[in-house]
Design a protein around this ligand. Structure first.
Ligand code: UDP
Length: 249
């Protein structure tokens, strides 16, 4: 896990998809508590603009580049990623496929009311025998009694794998603040809208968009309100060039 690539202050693991999944499963089997974060360039840019976020994002044991912007930055900075983009949603799915038939159990947290239940049904259809021992929507107060009740529910479920799908960077902050209160949860994954994906609410881009590195463009057409967030992409890109030039001087 020592092989890291520094992208503007966020320390990514330089891993292929398979290596990421294998490491997560090994740590889960060994009972080593692990957080998986899957930042894209929006999140790196958010760290640059709010530096207190760096500690939160860098606290995860496994940080994979989930975006073409981060992959490009790796090349620009002369430290290319060996595995290319590692999509969080696919890592989460691979984890599910690997825990079927084992003693591991999962809890799904996040999404609008009803989404996690539907996701649970779809996942059970896809992976018969999977043990999803609890779900909760993501619209609760992230502090105080309401938060404590959610943590208690997760702990009582006995799950050792937790999907945290609250959107970034809220999910990373939530994991950072609460992981110590969930000592038997060994793998916590910040996976954005992936429960929406399972529930069939948000379709991923067609393969051609993904292959061309244009998934962001597809999402923009589908959800034009993302434009504000997406403006961080050019900022990040040009900022990375500027950063590189400065370093070369
Ligand atoms: N969400 C949630 N609680 C909140 C805010 C958002 O559970 O307080 C959910 C929302 O319903 C959606 C996901 O978080 O399912 C965010 O999805 P998005 O695709 O925007 O993820 P991102 O791109 O931010 O990782």
């Amino acid at each position: 896990m020592d092989n890291k690539i520094n992208i503007r202050g966020v320390y990514f693991n330089n891993v292929t998809f398979d290596e990421a999944v294998d490491t997560l499963i090994t740590r889960l089997d060994n009972g080593e508590q692990t957080a998986l974060y899957t930042p894209n360039s929006e999140i790196v840019q958010a760290c640059i603009e709010s530096p207190e976020l760096f500690d939160i994002i860098n606290s995860a044991e496994m940080i994979v580049p989930d975006g073409i912007g981060v992959i490009k930055a790796g090349r620009i900075l002369g430290t290319p990623f060996k595995g290319g983009k590692v999509a969080g949603i696919e890592v989460g799915d691979a984890i599910l496929s690997r825990v079927v038939g084992t003693e591991h159990t999962a809890f799904l947290l996040g999404g609008k009311p009803g989404v996690a239940e539907t996701a649970r049904e779809k996942i059970a259809e896809k992976y018969p025998g999977i043990k999803i021992v609890g779900v909760n929507d993501g619209y609760f107060k992230k502090e105080g009694d309401e938060n404590a009740a959610v943590i208690e529910k997760i702990n009582e479920s006995g799950a050792d794998v937790l999907f945290v799908c609250l959107g970034a960077p809220m999910q990373e902050k939530w994991i950072y603040n609460n992981r110590a209160s969930m000592p038997s949860v060994m793998l916590m994954m910040g996976l954005g809208g992936s429960l929406d994906g399972y529930a069939g609410i948000a379709k991923r881009a067609p393969k051609i968009f993904i292959d061309l590195g244009l998934e962001w463009f597809y999402r923009l057409i589908k959800e034009p309100k993302r434009i504000g967030r997406m403006m961080s992409l050019p900022k990040f890109y040009f900022g990375t060039w500027k950063y590189k030039m400065k370093k070369m001087k």
